[in-house]
Design a protein around this ligand. Structure first.
Ligand code: DAH
Length: 355
């Protein structure tokens, strides 16, 4: 018969020496594993004399209970000390200042597109889009700008092919043609978008933005054009009274054509729209040329209307006091942080109209 008390003290001292999870696992297997000390002792019971059996079994059972208990205690201690260690290391200092997080800003150009879209949609205009890469027909010919017409030079076009057929659109006016070709009158649309010209200085960038407007119906006249532009300028600049001047001009796709100036003055170094006796040009417009209507199979005897084109970047510069256009496209995050709009706190009532 084994020396039971020797075995018992061996087991207990092994358990006592456990000092980490790894040694815990290996000692546990050594004692209770398939070939563990206690497991083996249990197997022996059957081979013992009847007289020894009972006594041995009860000692063995209490040793098993004791060893199990001690092992469990060890495990609990590990858990506890790990928790304590974590608490010590990961102490949160609630007096530290909160972490700031950065939110994106809405670019002034996107903001202005949202605003003008909202303003025109209130009076029944819907939004159309066209491609940035256009062909010569939509950008010039269909708009009554024949080959060798000076407007083609004026526009400083970026051609994409030697045949001069593919180009970057020089204005948003081709959207007029695309819109009228794909459905039937009446038309009442605006088309905001990117436009391109070979030009770069403080107020010109090779890529810029325009907003096109087109309204064609029976009996539309210049009075409607004026009414629409007054409404727009008042809403956009958020002024009650505004002075507008129509100056005769020339565009191949309108007849008559006009350029529109708005009255302003400089007060405390800032521009004030609607007051004063200075004039600022903001857009080109006119009554759509009968030839343009013929080009898109609309009968000019039955239908007529007006069109206009506004520089969006210029609108943004005027309304938000930005004086260098080039900064719009330099992707300087500090500039955007300063001039951009908080998506949750846009200045006027145009919130929620996202593109
Ligand atoms: N497309 C012209 C430009 O880029 C602007 C313009 C003038 C558009 C008169 C129009 C218009 O629709 O009627 O200079």
């Amino acid at each position: 018969m084994e020396n039971f008390s020797q075995i018992e003290s061996d087991i207990l001292s092994k358990i006592k020496n456990i000092n980490d999870r790894k040694s815990y696992e290996s000692i546990k297997t050594e004692i209770f594993g398939k070939k563990g000390i206690i497991t083996e002792l249990f197997k022996k019971i059957g081979s013992l004399d009847q007289s020894q059996r009972k006594d041995f079994a009860s000692k063995l059972n209490s040793l098993k209970t004791k060893a199990t208990e001690l092992l469990e205690n060890k495990l609990e201690n590990f858990d506890q000390s790990e928790i304590n260690k974590k608490l010590k290391n990961e102490k949160i200092d609630v007096t530290l200042p909160g972490r700031t997080y950065f939110t994106g800003k809405i670019h002034p150009v996107s903001q202005v597109i949202d605003e003008v879209t909202s303003i025109f949609s209130e009076i029944g205009f819907s939004v159309e889009e066209g491609p940035d890469v256009e062909n010569e027909y939509y950008n010039f010919s269909a708009l009554n700008t024949p080959e060798n017409h000076p407007a083609r030079d004026m526009h400083d076009t970026f051609y994409l092919s030697n045949s001069k057929d593919l180009l970057l659109r020089t204005h948003t006016s081709p959207v007029q043609i695309r819109t009228m070709l794909k459905s039937k009158p009446p038309f009442k649309i605006i088309a905001p978008g990117r436009t391109y010209r070979h030009d770069s200085d403080q107020t010109h960038s090779p890529m810029f933005h325009q907003l096109e407007g087109l309204h064609i119906d029976k009996n539309i006249n210049m009075g409607h054009l004026k009414g629409c532009l007054y409404y727009f300028v008042k809403k956009f600049f958020e002024v009650e009274k505004v002075k507008i001047r129509f100056r005769p001009s020339h565009f191949p796709f309108t007849e008559p054509s006009a350029e529109v100036d708005i009255g302003y003055k400089i007060q405390d170094g800032k521009i004030k729209i609607g007051e004063g006796d200075k004039w600022l040009e903001i857009l080109g417009c006119g009554m759509v040329h009968p030839q343009v209507l013929k080009n898109v199979k609309v009968n000019p005897k039955q239908y007529q209307g007006y069109a206009f084109g506004v520089g969006i970047d210029r609108l943004a510069m005027l309304k938000y006091g930005i004086n260098d256009l080039r900064a719009f496209f330099e992707s300087d995050i500090r500039w955007l942080e300063f001039y951009g709009f908080d998506p949750l706190d846009v200045p006027t009532n145009y919130r929620g109209l996202s593109r």
